[in-house]
Design a protein. Sequence first.
Length: 215
Amino acid sequence: WFQYEDLDYSGPLYGWGPAVPDQYALNYTHEQIVERNGADQPFMLFFITQSSHYPFAPIPKLVPDWRTLNGLETTAESINDETRDHAVRRQDSFNAIAYDLNTLVQFILQNNDTDALYILIGDHQPPRVSRRADGFDTPIHIISRDAALIAAFQEYGFTPGLWINEKEPAMKHEGLYSMVVRALLSEEGEEVALPPYLPDGFVMPETIANQEAAN
């Protein structure tokens, strides 16, 4: 678990927190994990974006070399959300999402790992710019250079590309683990028995025991 003090960052802070630019935090964390584990060892990195979080501004600049963000002497602009027009707030949210998508695209392209699997997933709708009528569903993107691995996700309703014609089927976050495990094991061939897909997630044994005791 990397926290602010672990990032060796002394540049300007932005947006929610305020926080370190996602471009710097993502690349620095990835670099540290690779150095600790070794470049040839598998690992999982779970990264929570900050720059796309409310209040969505100010947005850091996306730079060719993320290391140059550290030590900048500029000061991030402060935002008074109470006086910000709603249309401006909505545009800021789009800009923040665009920044993080560009950050992730740059990260994926620069880390030329043919075995890597990237899962981009939202955890909630953006506050103060979304409506209840928009629902609670968020996008999820599966990215890999391994065509066979990508194909393994299509049985769960995923379609190639960034655009979809239908919003269904929706899936729960709880089902993500078993889906990914099945997709990864499918790479091993037919001799490997796949575990069941659990769209509602796992129920821990102690949870079942507690429920039975309560009844």
